[in-house]
Design a protein around this ligand. Structure first.
Ligand code: SAH
Length: 226
């Protein structure tokens, strides 16, 4: 296996954070039905422990969501894989992606290795700053950060080939669909106490919606927090 750059070598980890441990996580993802080889390879390479506190690092390669502070969580690897795989399973090239909810930056790192440009929006300033710092450590240079409310997308940078959200609104924000290219894909949870993951394909004749199962994400909140 070839790491994307030498920074990945420096952060490959030892013991519970080692490459062997990451390989075991990837095996579990395959058993659970993830079959996009590019997605699996990026998840094999990205050191999830870099995006967690020291105290949580030994649990980095459990297939579970974990706390990252400020009441937020790093997404479960299986959910990251499933959402990314659904986005990439497109007949049209996916080059420019909008991510709502940078959080730890883990999903951002995965996307950054698969597409040309990632535009990532987060409403909690310290999370956005920490994610940027960690993503810089991996020398990932195709990521753009914004401290803003993702309900409004990133209008200046629209349209996008794909949009992904790790925060769940009560209803799909129309503005996000507006910022998606025709032929583009959007994947996100919808709902409050009960949430479902949906995939939307924007076509010239309207929007096709697919339900991808039950999930549990943090709520999409309004405004920004410094
Ligand atoms: N993929 C991230 C998920 C973090 S949890 C990871 O694996 O670390 C979801 C994130 O969405 C949280 O950081 C939360 O602050 C953020 N969020 C919630 N509502 C938002 C909004 N309206 N705009 C931008 N980010 C939002």
């Amino acid at each position: 296996m070839q790491y994307p750059n030498s920074a990945f070598e420096s952060y490959q980890g030892l013991g519970m954070t080692s490459q062997r441990t990451r390989n075991r996580l990837v095996d579990r993802l395959k058993e659970k039905g993830v079959n996009d080889m590019n997605v699996l390879e990026t998840m094999r390479m990205v050191p999830r422990h870099l995006f967690l506190d020291e105290a949580m690092a030994s649990r980095s390669y459990e297939d579970t969501a974990l706390p990252i502070g400020y009441g937020q969580t790093i997404s479960q690897p299986w959910v990251v894989a499933k959402m990314t795989q659904w986005l990439m399973d497109s007949s049209q090239p996916i080059k420019k992606v909008l991510e709502i909810g940078t959080g730890s930056g883990y999903q951002t790192a995965i996307l950054s290795l698969l597409v040309d440009e990632v535009y990532s929006v987060e409403r909690i300033q310290p999370l956005s700053e920490r994610a940027e710092k960690n993503l810089n450590k991996l020398e990932l240079n195709n990521i753009h950060f914004s401290l803003s409310d993702g309900h409004w997308g990133w209008p200046d940078k629209a349209p996008f080939d794909a949009i992904i959200s790790a925060a769940s609104p009560a209803e799909l924000p129309q503005e996000l669909l507006n910022q998606l290219k025709v032929g583009g894909r959007l994947v996100m949870p919808i709902g409050e106490s009960e949430q479902l993951l949906y995939g939307y394909k924007k076509t010239s004749n309207g929007v096709l919606k697919t339900c991808l199962g039950e999930v549990m994400f943090v709520p999409m909140k309004a405004g920004v927090e410094a």
